[in-house]
Structures are given as structure tokens and as C-alpha cells.
Design a protein around this ligand. Structure first.
Ligand SMILES: N[C@@H](CCC(=O)N[C@@H](CS)C(=O)NCC(=O)O)C(=O)O
Length: 247
């Protein structure tokens, strides 16, 4: 299988977690924002990542990919067999992919707007080094408008949700029942940019959103996330292959 990805997209991280949990080996193709997306559109009829290719089949979006993998590789099951638990898992996944994803994206954007180093480290791997350096050197004011994106209320809402998650994961185990499910993977993935895990690479590991990624209150939540990563075998950095748009 091949994953078309942006390396630091939490939805791509969700798919990498799903693939790791299912012990599926895969190649990645790093999609260059802009040009690479034109190529992706040609292939898949839309421009967003993640897209998973399995032979002739293209599956678009983390939810569809999750359902596809569940059919293709039955074990371990990531959707609980019990109907009530399955409904819970799907609701959690939907919340993580929408409300949590929005809050986490805004919080990371705000952090990036105030931190040149973080901005440089997050640029696509395919970006030529000169451009990378130039963009990294952008003065804070250029990005200052972004700071308005996450209102105080939005930031409080995210922190409150993370406090609830910290309570719900306090025993260190799965959110639902005895086994990890799409609920844990979807939430773990959206924690990605709040405090980058080891597999994000040496430049980013441990960095993230000040006041969240480094706050003692959320330490047990990130410890839970790291335990989840260990359990599904997502411990090494993803392979990176630059996109090569076809002619
Ligand atoms: N609901 C989708 C979200 C995918 C998504 O938001 N992808 C972003 C990267 S995080 C993207 O491709 N953005 C580029 C664009 O919209 O042009 C999923 O679950 O996969």
C-alpha cells in the first residue's frame, strides 16, 4: 500500500497509526502543497490528503481509509464488535476529527505564528532549503494575523476538552473496553501537533503548543498517547519520499 501524505498532518498521522496498528507495511509519497495536490487531484478527483493506494484502489480520507483497512485486515479489530461500544468509538472518532481537530489546528497555527523555529521545522520536507530558510526567517508580524484565529474562548474550550480527556485516560488504557480502537487512534493523532511525538523527527519531537504541550496538567494525557504509540508500534519516524508529480 502507498500513503499520499503531508508528513505533519494529523489526519495522515491517524492513518499511519491505523496502518501500524494493523501491522501493514506501506510506502509514503510526500505530497507537495500546491503542485503535488494538482497531481493528487488528477489521480483521486480531490486535493486533500490522506489518500491510500492499494493496487488499483484509491481510498480518500482517514475515515474511509479506517473502514477500508478494517475490512482488508481483520485483526486486530479497531472497531469494537459490541454495537454500543462501536457507536461510542465512532462518536469519539467524529469528535476528534472535527471539534478537536479544529481546536488543535488553531492552537498549533497560533504557536507557529509566534515561533520561527517551529515554523521552519514544520515546512514540507520537499521545500528547497533556501526557501525553507527564508520562510523560517519571516518576522513574527507577518504571521501576527494568525494569532487572532484562536480566540481566548476557543483556547479555553480546547484546554477544557483536554482536561476531560486527561481524566478519561488516567488509567493509561484504551478509552473503550479492553482494546485500543479508532477512538484512541483518532484522539492520539489530533494530539500530534500539541506535543510532537518522537516519530515526528528529532527537530520537532517534544515541541508543540506552549501552555498545552509543556503543561504539567496534561502530562498524563501525553504519557497515555506515548503508551498508545508503543502499543501499536508507531515508534520510528515515517519514511519520507518526495512527491514526483507525473507529467
Ligand atoms: N476529513 C478528512 C480531513 C483531511 C484534511 O483536512 N486534509 C488536509 C491536511 S490535514 C488537507 O489535505 N489540506 C489541503 C487542502 O485542503 O487543500 C480526513 O479525515 O482525512
Amino acid at each position: 500500500m502507498k500513503l499520499f501524505q503531508f508528513r505533519h498532518s494529523p489526519f495522515c498521522e491517524k492513518v499511519r497509526l491505523l496502518l501500524s496498528a494493523k501491522s501493514v507495511s506501506y510506502a509514503v509519497e510526500e505530497v507537495t502543497p500546491g503542485l503535488g495536490q494538482v497531481d493528487l487531484f488528477r489521480r483521486s478527483g480531490q486535493r486533500q490528503v490522506p489518500v491510500l493506494q492499494d493496487g488499483d484502489e484509491l481510498v480518500v480520507g482517514s475515515v474511509a481509509i479506517g473502514r477500508y483497512l478494517e475490512k482488508a485486515v481483520a485483526e486486530p479489530a479497531l472497531l469494537p464488535s459490541n454495537a454500543q461500544d462501536r457507536a461510542r468509538a465512532l462518536l469519539w472518532e467524529n469528535w476528534a476529527d472535527t471539534t478537536m481537530a479544529h481546536g488543535a489546528r488553531m492552537a498549533l497555527l497560533q504557536a507557529v505564528s509566534q515561533d520561527n523555529e517551529l515554523r521552519r521545522a514544520l515546512l514540507p520536507v520537499a521545500t528547497p532549503s533556501l526557501l525553507r530558510d527564508l520562510l523560517g526567517a519571516f518576522p513574527g508580524e507577518v504571521m501576527a494575523g494568525v494569532s487572532q484565529l484562536l480566540t481566548h474562548g476557543g483556547s479555553q474550550q480546547l484546554k477544557q476538552a483536554l482536561e476531560h480527556l486527561t481524566v478519561l485516560t488516567a488509567d493509561g488504557g484504551p478509552l473503550i473496553g479492553e482494546h485500543y480502537s479508532v477512538a484512541d487512534l483518532a484522539i492520539g493523532a489530533q494530539l500530534y501537533g500539541l506535543r510532537f511525538p518522537h516519530c515526528a523527527g528529532a527537530e520537532l519531537a517534544g515541541a508543540g503548543v506552549p501552555g498545552i504541550g509543556d503543561h504539567p496538567l496534561f502530562e498524563p494525557l501525553f504519557a497515555w498517547r506515548d503508551q498508545l504509540y508503543q502499543a501499536v508500534g508507531r515508534v520510528t519516524p515515517s519514511p519520507v519520499q518526495d512527491s514526483q508529480p507525473s507529467a
